[in-house]
Write a protein that binds this ligand. Structure first.
Ligand SMILES: Nc1ncnc2c1ncn2[C@@H]1O[C@H](COP(=O)(O)OP(=O)(O)O)[C@@H](O)[C@H]1O
Ligand SMILES: [Mg+2]
Length: 353
């Protein structure tokens, strides 16, 4: 039986400098045992470097890395008790699925009999027990990905590392495989560090998301907290589309704040913002438009795009242009029409000015 020894991960003031370029200026982070933590951020922000530092494929310029409480900073990759799933899968094309899984086990010195048992279990774990004799080219992209995950898991690592594991799959399959990976991780309870640049993917699979920007942590927390309580315009924008509007914080009430937006007052999470001028992130799905009547704001439709299951609008207002997504589609508002605009409080997030 494949056993799981879920280890923790700690980075203590880790830096990584490449030929005069600070890829990681100063990074401290913690991954709790048995959780899936995502490193999320735009291309070039240091996600792969962080994962390679953890895997021992790169070594820090300074700082310490601990896995399962043990300092591994000086240890080579093969002594770290982690396994990596690569973006390209890196399966051996001339070996069957089973032999691909077997390879790493035998390379680690396990006897043939035990390795074969373990490899078969690995196939079963990912639901491919009947496909063991196939070559990678005879498997779908999603199945190849599952073989790559099985090959890593049978090594019983303390931490599983996944670098953009879905990027070679088409859109539909991506959703399937990300659910599979998350199910497997929750069922077996292993620790995983998952790298992606796709915020939806991060929201879907993570216990905690660490958003990186230029090698630093821009914000970290549970998916909901990043979406609803972004600490900056960068995070609000990165975690889904957002309109950023100037607003006035009139009053604090407990951990909430009263803000004025147009003619209306809204009670929103305070997010530590003080009374005075601030910014409000407004999610496009939480704005409603009507042709008639009074709203928080008035505006004029400047663009309208019908996209089958939703309509996207751009509306000019006194607070600037608003991007609005209408998924209900009870009516399509014509270009240049005057509209009344309202905001649903659950789509508003306060950010310091
Ligand atoms: N071996 C290297 N030598 C020099 N610069 C590197 C090397 N590896 C990565 N970098 C640089 O470090 C930064 C972070 O890269 P990377 O970790 O690959 O980003 P991400 O995975 O988030 O796209 C980039 O600017 C990249 O060009
Ligand atoms: Mg990368």
């Amino acid at each position: 039986m494949t056993r799981v020894t879920a280890g923790s991960v700690v980075f203590e003031q880790v830096t990584k400098r490449f030929a005069g370029f600070d890829a990681i200026p100063n990074l401290s982070l913690t991954v709790e045992p048995g959780t899936l933590v995502t490193l999320l951020g735009p291309s070039g922000c240091g996600k792969t470097t962080t994962l390679r530092l953890l895997a021992g494929l790169e070594h820090p310029t300074s700082g310490r890395i601990l896995i399962g409480g043990k300092d591994v900073t000086q240890l080579p990759a093969n002594e770290r008790d982690v396994a990596m799933v690569f973006q390209s899968y890196a399966l051996f094309p001339h070996m069957s699925a089973l032999d691909n899984i077997l390879y790493g086990l035998q390379a680690s010195g396990m006897n043939k009999r035990e390795a074969q048992d373990r490899a078969r279990e690995g196939l079963k774990l990912v639901g491919l027990e009947t496909q063991g004799n196939r070559l990678p080219s005879e498997l779908s992209g999603g199945q190849q990905q599952r073989i790559a995950v099985a090959r890593a898991l049978v090594l019983e690592p303390q931490v599983l590392l996944l670098d953009e594991p879905l990027s070679n799959l088409d859109e539909r399959l991506r959703r399937r495989v990300r659910t599979d990976i998350r199910d497997l991780q929750q069922r077996l309870g292993f620790t995983a560090v998952y790298v992606t640049h796709d915020q939806e993917e991060a929201l879907a699979v993570s216990d905690k998301i660490i958003v990186m920007k230029e090698g630093d942590i821009a914000q970290q927390g549970a998916p909901e907290s990043l979406y609803h309580a972004p600490n900056s315009v960068f995070i609000a924008d990165f975690m889904g589309e957002a309109n950023i509007l100037p607003c006035e914080v009139e009053q604090l009430e407990g951990s909430d704040a009263w803000v004025r937006l147009g003619s209306q007052r809204y009670r929103v999470r305070g997010n530590g913002v003080q009374p005075g001028t601030a910014q409000l992130s407004v999610r496009p799905q939480f704005i409603t438009l009507r042709e008639e009547g009074a709203g928080a704001l008035r505006g004029e439709v400047t663009h309208c795009t019908w996209l089958g299951d939703h309509i996207e609008y751009e509306v000019a207002t006194e607070l600037g242009s608003l991007f609005i997504v209408d998924a209900h589609m009870e009516q399509q508002l014509p270009l240049n029409s005057a509209v009344a605009i309202d905001f649903k409080p659950q789509g508003l997030a306060l950010i310091a000015g």
